[in-house]
Ligand binder design. Structure first.
Ligand SMILES: NCc1[nH]cc(CCC(=O)O)c1CC(=O)O
Length: 314
């Protein structure tokens, strides 16, 4: 059969795993047998510039768009009809002609502590090597363990795990969501508490992107999760205000308890010595009030921290 729609994704195992899950949901919502997914809604692998570049300084200079540009171009040209992204990797700005149309239910937003020998950050010996390429994880870890040596650990999840096994570092921090989706949960020794160390804005959430003209489709409504949307609206409000890029250590974590949404935002210097934190609860949040909360808390940190927020590590 002719495909009903084509789904664009990056080629890493994490990206294709996440996308496969969305693909089955879409195919089911379209009234087809998920066993026929590859015919009804095939995946199209798109290599982005960010997948080719290994140098962190070039990635920092290029920003997050490096991981999304080619996929967005494929959507705009009609080569694909739907794209699946990790929300955390999406720039804060909108792309004209495209919309983030659905946010499926969020996976675990926490960071996971992964190590062969040790159980937690506290358990690591003096001067141990912590592998990460994330400025936020580096800063948050150094805030409690300034003695740690942070080593650059790039690459996809499988590559990082093999680097750990090869002894490049004693431990690393990874998104629990990625490990869980890939069936690698057994590697997790403990979790970082997001009420103490907020995750990256949007971590664990997927974003489904389509052309703005195609927004009115039934499957989109079925995949969408309202509570996730509220959380990420708040977290991404903080992202917008703090212009978080790969050069800025920013965490934002929203949780919903009953009719209350609590947002915790922090920005840190790269060495973790200075942390600016804000926490606020709103009742009966809407997408607008949640987003405004994030913007407000982010702006308040920005007013206080000023130039100290942007850390050039290159
Ligand atoms: N930047 C890489 C990336 N993008 C999304 C995830 C994990 C899944 C998610 O956060 O939704 C990861 C890996 C990681 O941070 O460990």
């Amino acid at each position: 059969m002719t495909p009903l729609l084509k789904i664009g994704t990056r080629g890493s195992r994490l990206a294709t795993t996440q996308c496969g899950w969305v693909q089955r949901q879409i195919v089911t919502a379209l009234g087809h047998d998920p066993a026929l997914s590859h015919e009804v809604a095939p995946l199209v692998i798109i290599t982005t510039q960010g997948d080719r570049i290994q140098d962190r300084r070039l990635i920092e200079a290029g920003g997050k768009q490096l991981f999304t540009k080619e996929i967005e171009d494929a959507l705009l040209s009609g080569e694909v009809d739907v794209a699946v992204h990790s929300l955390k990797d999406m720039p804060a700005e909108d792309i004209p002609g495209l919309s983030l149309c659905a946010f499926p239910v969020r996976e675990d937003p926490r960071d996971a502590f992964v190590s062969l020998k040790y159980r937690s950050l506290e358990d690591l010996p003096q001067g141990a090597k912590l592998g990460t390429a994330s400025l936020r994880r580096q800063a948050q870890a150094l805030a409690v363990r300034p003695d740690l040596e942070v080593v650059m650990l790039r690459g996809n999840v499988d590559t990082r795990l093999s680097k750990l096994e090869a002894g490049h570092c004693d431990a690393m921090l990874l998104a629990a969501a990625g490990l869980k989706r890939m069936g690698l949960e057994a590697h997790i020794k403990s979790y970082i508490d997001p009420d103490l160390f907020p995750c990256a804005p949007g971590q664990g959430a997927l974003a489904i992107q389509c052309r703005t003209n195609d927004l009115d489709q039934e499957w989109i409504k079925r995949l969408h999760h309202v509570e996730t949307h509220l959380q990420i609206s708040a977290e991404r409000g903080a992202l917008v205000a703090l212009e978080a890029s790969c050069r800025t250590a920013v965490g934002a974590y929203a949780k919903i308890e009953g009719d209350a949404l609590t947002l915790f935002v922090e920005a840190l210097t790269a060495d973790g010595r200075t942390r600016w934190q804000r926490r606020e609860t709103i009742i009966a949040p809407t997408l607008e009030t949640a987003h405004a909360l994030g913007l407000g808390l982010g702006q308040s940190i920005r007013d206080e921290a000023g130039d100290r927020l942007i850390q050039y590590t290159g």
